[in-house]
Design a protein around this ligand. Structure first.
Ligand code: PLP
Length: 468
């Protein structure tokens, strides 16, 4: 095994997601080498509270021996099963998921992660409409600020403009509407007006594209990496009604929100009161121990395809690792742990507590918003009110992250926001600790900026630049 120094050197050859190629080889990334519960430890032995649970995924916490044993046992029993012609533990996992899923979403298609789940689900939507004799019904309506993955189609459906630069998109297939962000609620609007406006965004887009061309609306229950945007109450229900009226499907992207993040196995029905046609999931599905994703589809759609398919209706889509037995074994054990330890119930208790504690950060001068639901929270900072300076925003996110890590906390900086989505096992005392370190991290970042500003003012510079 490589030493820590060798690993840091070799990291120059590892192209990371969202890597900046101009800086390739020059990054100083934290090297993590072990984890236990809500904590991870860096190569120097420092303990860090893992507030983003890796990347919204380590829902049962790090270092579970039972998970290692389940994976080991499956590898020793049988490493691989071809999902084309054979079956194995994935069949049991599908049944366990169906027990938890809303309504009649009882059929499960396994993938390798969230992006492939979204991509496969959208291909399924097209497949369904072809079989219904409606091949023109193929347009996808999604939300600005949404994130749905990094496959060609997932990247197109995602709604963050800055992530599209220098890349090609399947733009002819996708139309984006404004996210239901409270930012767009003016002082003159009532809650009902704002909800109407958000729903009208969808209706207007369908009218513009033409209902006969529109296949599906894709939405995250809460826009996660878009900045933990919680829609106004009733939004998903109203959008589902619009879909029904226009013969469109509703795809709920629960890659982040499923498996306990909002206190339930799936959030669509239990938190937002809808039974969508399709749900995509990943991350908490195996708590990140082994890569896996899935989409769930309603019996209604399956039955319709069966009826329309004639002699044969082959869905020519799949992966060598669809329903991989080792991933399925990990998923079964993960769900068993969640149920045995009542982690969804725990999250229903700690979620509101996290939100309450996060709100205490509002007294910090640069904190412009604190929002969230369940075990998803976001603190947004603004250096100069309404400045809209992206470089400045990136600076503040990076600085808070740097100070938090020195204090023993990992946050997920997204431009000027810090996102928290801890393991479901987190206790109230650990939440207190997390929020206290976050407060100190923000204050230290602010102090560093102020002293850089003061130094710059002394030498007459216009734009201070604190060392990130
Ligand atoms: C809502 C949502 N959908 C899809 C994805 C893509 O998942 P993956 O990174 O596993 O491919 C993500 C990833 O963060 C996500 O947040």
């Amino acid at each position: 095994m490589s030493t820590a120094a060798e690993l840091k050197q070799s990291d120059n050859l590892f192209i990371h997601p969202w890597d900046d190629f101009v800086k390739l080889g020059g990054h100083q990334r934290t090297l993590l080498d072990r984890g236990a519960g809500v904590y991870v430890y860096d190569s120097e032995g420092n303990r860090l509270l893992d507030a983003p649970a890796g990347m919204w995924c380590v829902n049962i916490g790090h270092g579970r021996e039972e998970m290692a044993k389940a994976v080991y046992d499956q590898i020793m029993a049988l490493t691989y099963v071809s999902p084309w012609s054979m079956t194995g533990p994935a069949a049991e996992f599908a049944a366990r998921i169906a027990e938890q899923s809303p309504g009649d979403l009882n059929h499960v298609f396994f993938t390798t992660g969230g992006s492939t789940a979204v991509d496969s689900a959208l291909r399924f939507v097209h497949f369904y409409n072809h079989l219904r004799g409606k091949p023109n019904k193929k347009k996808i309506i999604a939300q600005k600020r949404g994130y749905h993955g990094s496959t060609y189609l997932g990247g197109t459906v995602s709604g963050k403009e800055r992530d599209k630069s220098n890349l090609e998109m399947e733009s002819h297939l996708v139309h984006h509407i404004e996210a239901p962000h409270p930012l767009y609620k003016t002082a003159a609007m009532s809650d009902a007006d704002f909800l109407d406006q958000c729903v009208a965004n969808l209706e207007n887009m369908i009218a513009q594209v033409g209902p006969d061309n529109c296949a599906v609306f894709v939405a995250e229950p809460i826009l996660a990496s878009g900045g933990v945007i919680v829609p106004p109450e009733g939004y998903h229900q109203r959008c589902l009604e619009v879909c029904r009226k226009n013969d469109m499907l509703y795809l709920s992207d629960e890659v982040v929100t499923a498996f306990g993040r909002l206190g339930h196995c799936f959030a669509s029905e239990d938190v937002f009161g809808i039974v969508p046609d399709i749900i995509t999931t990943a991350k908490g599905l195996t708590s990140g121990y082994i890569p896996m994703g899935a989409f769930l589809v309603s019996d209604r759609l399956v039955d319709e395809i069966k009826a329309k398919g004639g002699d044969s209706a082959v869905f020519s889509n799949g992966f060598t690792y669809s329903g991989h037995p080792v991933a399925a074994a990990a998923g079964i054990k993960n769900l068993e742990i969640m149920q045995r330890e009542k982690l969804f119930e725990q999250a229903r208790d700690t979620g509101p507590y996290l939100q309450q504690q996060m709100q205490t950060l509002r007294d910090i001068p640069i904190v412009s918003d604190v929002r969230g639901l369940g075990l998803m929270a976001c603190v947004e900072c603004e250096l100069k009110q309404g400045s809209n300076d992206l470089a400045m925003d990136y600076e503040i996110g990076k600085l808070i992250d740097k100070h938090c890590q020195q204090l023993g906390l990992i946050v997920r900086p997204i431009i000027n926001m810090c996102v928290m989505s801890p393991p479901l096992t987190i206790t109230r005392a650990q939440i207190d600790d997390m929020v206290s370190m976050l407060r100190q991290g923000i204050l230290l970042a602010l102090a560093e900026i102020e002293s850089a500003e003061a130094a710059a003012a002394e030498v007459g510079h216009k734009h201070p630049s604190p060392a990130a």
